[in-house]
Design a protein around this ligand. Structure first.
Ligand SMILES: NC(=O)c1ccc[n+]([C@@H]2O[C@H](COP(=O)([O-])OP(=O)(O)OC[C@H]3O[C@@H](n4cnc5c(N)ncnc54)[C@H](OP(=O)(O)O)[C@@H]3O)[C@@H](O)[C@H]2O)c1
Length: 219
């Protein structure tokens, strides 16, 4: 683990063809058992991080739900501070610690709206949130382990910048297709396999009709 940043685990539930949502944004791929596994995993990390589109689309609460354990801090990447104050993340920020990571593009109007809530705003980067800088700040806040739960655009930034340590993907028994359906990793992508990230398969968990793949970065 790099000493300047938290340990980063990417996590996703995908269709057999690598999509994490259908073309209309339906992302409910996981079985109940797999969801419980994810809740348990959440209870072992200091923070969960997702992108703005995931909040907009799924309105997640990002807690450990019925599993015993502490709710991790929720971190939302939202350059322009546009998160809806009606989202479940904002509505519950008085009970669960919440960080909104914005960039210098966030308007004062949007920031003022968020400052009315008991949450922490971290400004990092000029355009989109600078995740390298953000991770350094989170490290200083004693956040040592983060679960990145997407979506594909956020996952790509962590992969592109090599700012992750492992990836856990649940392969679910659905074939959804669709060139506009979001994949595990979005963004521009690598043009050559030799330049892409090569991982090492550490473990496979067979959960009824799902396979959970645990890959770590090759050392
Ligand atoms: N099945 C699963 O496991 C799973 C998990 C999560 C999400 N999903 C699905 O994924 C879909 C959303 O994925 P998505 O790719 O459209 O969006 P996303 O990754 O959730 O959010 C991307 C947005 O985050 C903001 N952002 C700020 N700083 C960033 C940075 N440094 N790097 C990347 N993004 C940054 C950007 O908007 P601004 O610049 O405007 O801030 C960007 O457009 C939804 O349909 C959701 O249901 C599925």
């Amino acid at each position: 683990m790099a000493s300047y940043r938290p340990y980063v685990i990417l996590s996703a539930a995908a269709s057999l063809d690598g999509k994490i949502a259908t073309k209309s944004g339906d992302s409910r791929f996981s079985s109940g058992k797999d969801k419980t596994r994810v809740y348990r995993l959440r209870a072992t990390v200091d923070a969960i991080l997702v992108g703005k589109n995931t909040v907009k689309r799924d309105d997640p609460i990002l807690t450990v739900h019925q599993v015993k354990g502490k709710n991790p801090i929720r971190i939302i990447l939202d350059s322009r501070a546009t998160i809806s104050t009606k989202s479940r993340i904002i509505k519950t920020c008085n009970k669960i610690p919440t960080i909104i990571a914005v960039s210098k593009k966030a308007s004062n109007k949007n920031l003022e709206k968020l400052r009315k809530f008991p949450l922490k705003i971290i400004v990092s980067g000029n355009n989109i949130v600078n995740i390298k800088k953000l991770l350094k700040t989170l490290w200083k806040l004693k956040i040592r382990k983060i679960l990145v739960e997407g979506g594909g655009t956020v996952n790509w930034e962590f992969v592109k910048q090599n700012l992750f340590d492992e990836i856990i993907v649940t392969i679910t028994p659905f074939l959804v297709g669709g060139k506009d359906a979001v994949s595990i990793i979005e963004g521009k992508g690598f043009s050559q396999i030799t330049k892409s990230r090569k991982l090492k398969l550490e473990k496979i968990l067979h959960l009824e009709n799902e396979a959970i793949l645990y890959y770590a970065k090759s050392k």
